[in-house]
Ligand binder design. Sequence first.
Ligand code: PLP
Length: 453
Amino acid sequence: MATMENMATRTTRDARKHLWLQFTDVERLDKMGLLVMAKADKAILRDVEGREYIDGLAGLFTTQVGHGREEIARAVADQLTKLDFVSLFGFAHEPAIELAARLAELTPGDLSVVNFVNSGSEAVEVAIKIARQYHYIRGERNRIKIIARAGAFHGVTFGALSATGVRLRRAPYEPLVPGFVHVPPPDGYHTYPGLSEGEVADAALRALEETLDFEGPDTVAAMIVDPIMAAIGVIVPPACYLPRLKEICDRHRILLIIDEVLTGFGRSGKLFACEHWGVVPDIMTMAKGLSSGYQPIAATIVTEKIAEPFEGSYFQHGQTFSGHPAGCRAALTNLAIIEREQLVKNAADVGDYLLSRLQKLHDLPLVGDVRGKGLLMGIELVSDKKRRQKFPDAAEVGFRVRDRAIELGLICRSDNDCIILAPPLILDRIQADRVAEILAQAITEIGESVESP
Ligand SMILES: Cc1ncc(COP(=O)(O)O)c(C=O)c1O
């Protein structure tokens, strides 16, 4: 009979041989060993060898309501038994209609017409296509450009990747889609160090205005913005930035797309992050927390003003699985749980508590900055705090901290030596304490080994 250990070894070997992992440096992974997860409940993941971890990433910024919700599993099973599949190509079904109406209620302002897809990248793809076609139908056919920000991550399909401002992700696939232009992010840590919040906003918006002057504002269809930029280490913008950006877009009749794929559904302590700054976009994308990952489903929601011209023309887009009944049912049940259990409020409360615990890590030599909003936070690791200097990539400091945290029982990630956390919105204070303790230990230990190799 196979022992537990044999089985685990075989699973790992098969995974290594046949399973193409996503965005994974497998050589690095081989040093650490592959974690094969077997079970999950609430905020805890358990691997095939029975070790437990706090899921400090909510799957992938996704599992807002936590793992193991039978209520969602049952709702999905009931839906599949009743009506397994019908496309939205000229047909409809009740869960899609119900979910679209619910999203119109929940999103801010007059966002009200929903196009379903299956992933965040596709939601962004749809947003870009809607923006271009909106101007095309209305006769402004030279409004084709999309302004995005350096450092933003918007997905991996060609349109979404063209909006993405991360060189590493883009380089192997160039040339990308023409007409995408990037401006600096409102990043007071890396891009504009030493400036006040207001000065950071001024500098980033001045760069935007200069770019618009150069490109010609009447050639621009839309600007896409992720309200809190997780990809460059959880950059929370200055308070005046988004409202002023919206004014600039409105002045030039440029549509504003807010990408809430990562920040939506309570992650930042509001249902949608743009609500922190009272900004309503023309188009909003959402995915991840929409179903808490129980089924793949994503959406792009637009205002009536944007949808209206499509009545006389039509949107040349559709995918077989978009708005799958099981996905819609999972999302509806997930949204009911978020509301019933007041998880957005919990994200704000426990988020503030965890952030204040993590702020204490500032005393450690490696920690350059700690920032975040709600249950989304980043800890910047640096070799020189004063000069905000990063370690050389080869030192792999962020990866080593992440690997040590995982050994100690916390799943987190490292992007460019910034440790990123986004636990399920059900996290309690005791678990928050444990997250802070593990990170303190991991950063201290790696710090000591970096200082005296
Ligand atoms: C802001 C943002 N937009 C889009 C995407 C792409 O979503 P997906 O991985 O579901 O395609 C992501 C993924 O992390 C994201 O963070």
